[in-house]
Ligand binder design. Structure first.
Ligand SMILES: [Ca+2]
Length: 396
């Protein structure tokens, strides 16, 4: 739920911001207008005033939008940070610790606990990375100053105020990403309203403080998105040399027998058999890994409407089940880095005198600029990409 704004929408060149003092004055009149909209949505004036008391706009959010990387992240870079050994180990620990809650959610909604854990791990790193920005502040900033989609963020602000008014979550705890996704499941407030459920039986839905509430809510999301109990999400396949790439696509589902007749085989050597339909996706083209995907992949896909994202959850779930990760090599000669390797890269950059901030494995604007410098020196296009060649150069 984090990526509600496509990076292309965030190229906000020339965005003109008011000075802080006049922004503050504008913000006051913007809030007054939001207050009457809230009243029309059933949010009491008192609840609105309590939630917005002392709130100032957070203009750094608009800077964050501006600092999105300008090139599209390759799927292998995306996956190598989201599904690395560290996250698999953290996931095993989380599944052990919260085994009862996961089993209860699986039984209640008929959704595989590994898929639930996959979402949890990718969305919030099992609750360790839930975002620390006060939701009312972020969403009122975006509702008042957002360069696009102000109506959308106004709606999310209204949903947030309802959550506070209904007493599900202590407003002091209501923090999340700059775009307003929050909690272990990183639901947007309107998604919370539609789909969050009580998992621990205390009568409240609290995806911030209660892991059982979060995993039950995730299971409910996947169930409502069409998850079929007992159906695999899919698996990696090998395509025949003659495969027509035009047949690829999540939505182009065919019976397994049709694919088998074309010469598609499972990469693990098991037979392609089952009485369901599936599509084939080739995220990096016919020369990279290929996956056969069922309706359950669509359910995971709907969490964030991105193939790469759905694949991260699916593969993490597989790894947590004890299955191997992706077998086929990605079509690149510059291998992607895990988070541990990204931290090493940042430490090496620091040792060379670059200011990259804390080596946290997150590739922010400072790290990108430093990497661009190294890329130039070793004859690569300066893109700010944390890749194996840059790491090797710094090690040497
Ligand atoms: Ca609860």
């Amino acid at each position: 739920m984090k990526h509600v704004l496509a990076p292309t929408l965030l190229a906000l060149a020339g965005l003109c911001l008011a000075t802080p003092a006049s922004a503050q004055a504008d913000f006051g009149s913007c809030l007054a207008s939001l207050r009457s909209q809230a009243a029309a949505k059933g949010v009491s004036g008192q609840a609105f005033d309590v939630a917005t008391r002392g709130v100032t706009p957070d203009l750094t959010i608009l800077d964050l939008m501006n600092n999105q990387p300008e090139f599209k992240t390759a799927i292998w870079d995306y996956l190598s940070a989201l599904v690395d050994e560290e996250r698999v180990q953290d996931g095993r620990n989380a599944m052990r610790q919260w085994g009862q809650a996961l089993a209860a959610a699986e039984a209640r909604f008929g959704v595989d606990r590994h898929a639930i854990a996959g979402v949890w791990g990718v969305e919030s790193n099992f609750g360790k990375d839930i975002g620390g920005r006060p939701l009312v502040q972020s969403l009122s900033t975006l509702a008042c100053y957002g360069p696009r989609r102000r109506e959308y963020f106004t709606g999310e602000l209204m949903a947030t105020l309802k959550i506070v008014q209904d007493g599900d979550i202590n407003p002091a705890n209501l923090r999340g990403s700059w775009a307003g996704a929050f909690g272990h499941t990183q639901f947007m407030p309107s998604t919370f309203q539609r789909l969050a459920v009580d998992g621990d039986g205390d009568g409240r839905r609290d995806i911030m403080a209660s892991v059982p509430d979060a995993v039950h809510s995730t299971a409910n999301f996947l169930k409502k998105a069409g998850w079929v109990n007992g159906l695999p999400w899919g698996y990696e396949v090998r395509l025949p040399a003659s495969f027509n790439a035009g047949l690829a696509g999540r939505k182009n589902k065919k019976p397994l027998g049709t694919w088998a007749a074309m010469g598609v085989t499972r990469v693990d050597g098991r037979p392609l058999s089952g009485s369901y339909a599936a599509g084939i996706i080739i995220p990096a083209g016919v020369n990279g890994p290929a996956f056969l995907v069922t309706k359950n992949f669509d359910a995971v896909y709907s969490y964030n409407a991105a193939e790469s994202y759905g694949l991260a959850i699916a593969i993490l779930g597989d790894r947590l089940k004890g299955l191997p990760g992706i077998q086929t090599a990605w079509p690149t000669d510059d291998p992607p880095l895990s988070r541990a390797q990204r931290r090493e890269l940042q430490q090496l950059l620091t040792a060379r005198g670059y200011d990259v901030g804390e080596p946290d494995g997150k590739i922010g604007a400072k790290t990108r600029e430093a990497i661009k410098d190294v890329e130039r020196r070793i004859g690569l296009e300066p893109r700010g990409r944390p890749g194996g060649k840059v790491l090797e150069a710094l090690r040497g």
